[in-house]
Write a protein that binds this ligand. Structure first.
Ligand code: NCD
Length: 307
């Protein structure tokens, strides 16, 4: 179903494809936990091209490639590749495409993953294109929701923080519409979810409430998805300084929230979740990061046709 496909955005997926990815990830999770050696991608090579900083996404993709039997090669910064010499993305991709079987790429420009996909014969997986999309994060987010909540449907979910530049919420919003979840968008006025996305979600049948009132939203939410204010996307550093502490999840906020609320965050966190919340049983963000490896194992194996 996914063999040979590029993974560029979350609007592209059918519910059947998502079930296949989730079930394959769950199968790999079991195998890894049983210490099984997996050879599904033996003999293949995955390129991890990261032209923007990354800890979880790059290392979990590299680990995923290794654990599924492939090998990984990496570019871990724009400065360490010929991009620094002025090579175009198209030329870089056309070159690497001849070495490998799957390309995973993170790049600061919106739309860069599509350009890469248009110039590669092998599948391209978007690991974040500027403030555009981050589909593999959203896949691990729904895998986590399924594990933490037992199902994907019927939840009320608050997206909190930088909804303008945060690519993870742009991606996850599409999945929430697919599973009929109600959404609260809580952000400072200047960091609201882009209008065209809100309109797109609504066209897909989503019920959305936009507010600046965190307590109102969290008193009704089964899940809060917290995001970092995306410092690197601000033209004006003073504007970042003004907005960075707008919303902070701490014990006090949790005490007023709906009981049993799950807290998700793609990480890295700066100060938007206080560390004293980490022991709260609904704080799922490190479990969420761990789930990323299984989901990425599944994706690599499926797009390369190894499963
Ligand atoms: C996110 C990203 O890169 O968009 N991080 C991640 O991949 N887990 C979120 C962020 O950087 O704030």
């Amino acid at each position: 179903m996914l063999k040979g496909k590029d993974i560029l955005n979350t609007a592209q997926f059918s519910a059947e494809e998502l079930s296949l990815i989730m079930d394959t990830a769950a199968d790999y999770e079991q195998k890894v936990k049983n210490h099984e050696v997996i050879r599904d991608m033996e003999g293949r090579v995955v390129a991890c091209l990261f032209f923007e900083p990354s800890t979880r996404t790059r290392l979990s993709f590299e680990t995923a490639a290794n654990r599924v039997g492939a090998r990984a090669i990496s570019v871990s910064s724009a400065g360490s590749s010929s991009a620094a010499k002025g090579e175009t993305l198209v030329d870089t991709i056309r070159t690497i495409d001849g070495y490998i079987d799957v390309i995973v790429m993170r790049h600061p420009e919106i739309g860069s993953a599509k350009i890469a996909a248009d110039n590669a014969l092998h599948p391209v997986i978007n690991a974040g294109d500027g403030s555009g999309q981050h589909p593999t994060q959203a896949l691990l987010d729904i895998y986590t929701i399924r594990k933490e909540k037992g199902s994907l449907e019927g939840h009320t979910v608050t997206f909190l923080g930088d909804l303008k530049y945060g690519r993870t919420v742009h991606s996850l919003g599409y999945f929430m519409t697919l599973y009929k979840n109600k959404m609260f968008f809580v952000s400072p006025e200047s960091l609201r979810m882009p209008e065209e996305l809100t309109a797109d979600f609504r066209n897909r049948g989503a019920e959305i409430v936009e507010t600046e009132d965190i307590n109102e939203a969290l008193s009704k939410s089964d899940i809060v998805y917290v995001t970092r204010v995306q410092r690197e996307r601000f033209a004006d550093p003073a504007e970042y300084e003004r907005l960075k502490g707008s919303y902070i999840i701490d014990q006090k906020v949790i005490s007023k929230a709906k009981k049993g609320m799950t807290i998700l965050h793609p990480l890295p966190r700066v100060d938007e979740i206080s560390t004293d919340v980490d022991d709260y049983e609904g704080a799922a963000y490190f479990r969420q990061a761990h789930n990323g490896m299984y989901v990425r194992m599944a994706l690599l194996a499926l797009v390369s046709g190894a499963r």
